[in-house]
Write a protein that binds this ligand. Structure first.
Ligand code: GP9
Ligand code: MN
Length: 421
């Protein structure tokens, strides 16, 4: 009820991190292009297999002078996997402890990024070569205020171009071009790749790098589909450069969740050349985050953060203060950003401590540490955050919240069917 919302708002007020005036509005009025890097983990950046870079394009993008690269950025997804990642970055709300918020609470009231930006003149779209009902996306996107959802119904799903979860990334980006060109600027867009997805199937003709040699099939192929994803993104970025979009768009690339689960720790020990147990596995939940803002100075950013922090970060770059919105993350670029990264199961990582099921480790050295007052406080903070976020989602509390100047989303306005089909 509304008293729950009051608790949430009080908490939010105490957690709010105000934007840094030096970065606030640096991307004002620019297009936004999100590239959802399916299953990409951060250890792949600059990883060399037999002396060869696996993701040469991403590695070069990281070093672009306008790219901010966050090397302590974590996924925070649970059972909702891809949909949890999307849910966090559109709302700065956590996915649920069980299941997918898209599926169980897709019809809630939200104050999501596409709706906020839509009311400031942005056209929004998701591009994804799979059926729109997967993860209940078509329903959730309506609640988020997405103007367009170009799903499989808008693509030529030619049998030779389809594998695993949908249209392969190269034809996907290729076919997305005319649809993107039809959008009015400024736009807010998200391209969700699929080819680099467990169990990482790839044909011999399409593999441009050999498999790894751990002997664990899916781990070994992971490097080959990662290369394919890298090439597909490179092709799309070249196209953005040709059209000039590269220079008037914020480009955000992020890994959605791990691709290699803890069932493969043995193989990962071979990949990394060090023992991978529960501590290292927690560190492996880092996913790449790159934010390229034309005209803004880039560089490697070491602050700790997670997917929950992406929306306030982006909003502040676009010059929109997030103060009136209910958000559980904080702007990564704010001096007040909180570097506690909760995982969905209550485990956490901070620059100092990693907490895993009641065991604690020094994040820098991996040495076990005793529980102390600081750890107790961090643990409580993590628990409170997750609990309050769950209250918002499970109680559909944003129904009662009226951010200043924001008009409630009218779900009935949206229809994602392709009229030509
Ligand atoms: C399916 C794709 C995969 O459309 O986004 O979802 P995942 O299995 O990674 O959650
Ligand atoms: Mn995924």
């Amino acid at each position: 009820d509304t008293s729950d919302l009051t608790d949430v708002l009080n908490y939010e007020n105490s957690m709010y991190a105000k934007p840094d005036p030096k970065t606030f509005g640096k991307a004002k009025g620019m297009n936004v292009i999100y590239i959802h890097l399916e299953s990409m983990q951060n250890f792949m950046i600059d990883y060399k297999l037999n002396g060869e870079e696996v993701t040469p394009y991403l590695n070069s993008f990281v070093k672009d002078k306008n790219t901010m690269y966050f090397d302590n950025f974590f996924h925070q997804t649970g059972q909702g996997k891809t949909s949890d990642a999307e849910f966090m970055l559109e709302n700065s709300l956590f996915g649920l402890p069980q299941g997918s918020a898209f599926t169980t609470n897709g019809g809630n009231t939200y104050q999501a990024a596409p709706a906020i930006l839509g009311q400031k003149g942005y056209e929004s779209a998701v591009f994804h070569g799979n059926n729109k009902t997967f993860w209940n996306r078509d329903e959730a996107y309506k609640s988020f205020g997405y103007d367009n959802f170009f799903d499989a119904g808008w693509y030529d799903m030619n049998e030779k171009d389809v594998q695993n979860y949908g249209l392969k990334d190269k034809p996907f980006f290729e076919q997305s071009k005319p649809m993107l060109e039809n959008m009015k600027q400024p736009f807010y867009s998200k391209f969700i790749t699929v080819s680099h997805h467990f169990p990482y199937p790839i044909s011999e003709e399409e593999a441009t790098i050999g498999p790894h040699t751990t002997g664990d099939g899916s781990v070994d192929r992971y490097f080959q589909t990662a290369r394919y994803q890298d090439e597909s993104v490179e092709g799309f970025m070249n196209y953005l450069k040709e059209t000039g979009l590269y220079d008037n768009s914020v480009i955000v690339m992020y890994g959605d969740h791990y691709g290699i689960s803890e069932n493969h720790n043995d193989a990962m020990s071979k990949v990394l050349g060090k023992e991978v147990g529960s501590f290292e596995n927690a560190q492996l939940q880092r996913v790449p985050l790159m934010i390229r803002v034309p005209g803004m100075e880039g560089g490697v950013k070491h602050q700790y953060g997670g997917q929950i922090d992406l929306m306030p970060t982006l909003m502040h770059l676009l010059g929109i203060d997030t103060k009136d919105y209910v958000q559980f993350g904080t702007d990564l670029l704010s001096p007040q950003h909180q570097q506690v990264v909760p995982f969905r199961n209550g485990n956490f990582v901070t620059p100092e401590v990693t907490g895993i099921n009641g065991k604690y480790f020094n994040t820098v050295t991996g040495e076990p540490v005793q529980k102390n007052e600081m750890i107790t406080q961090t643990e409580e903070q993590v628990e409170t955050k997750l609990k309050l976020s769950d209250k918002v989602v499970q109680g559909d509390l944003l129904r009662f919240h009226k951010p200043k100047g924001f008009k409630k989303v009218d779900r009935s306005k949206y229809n994602y069917n392709n009229p030509e089909k």
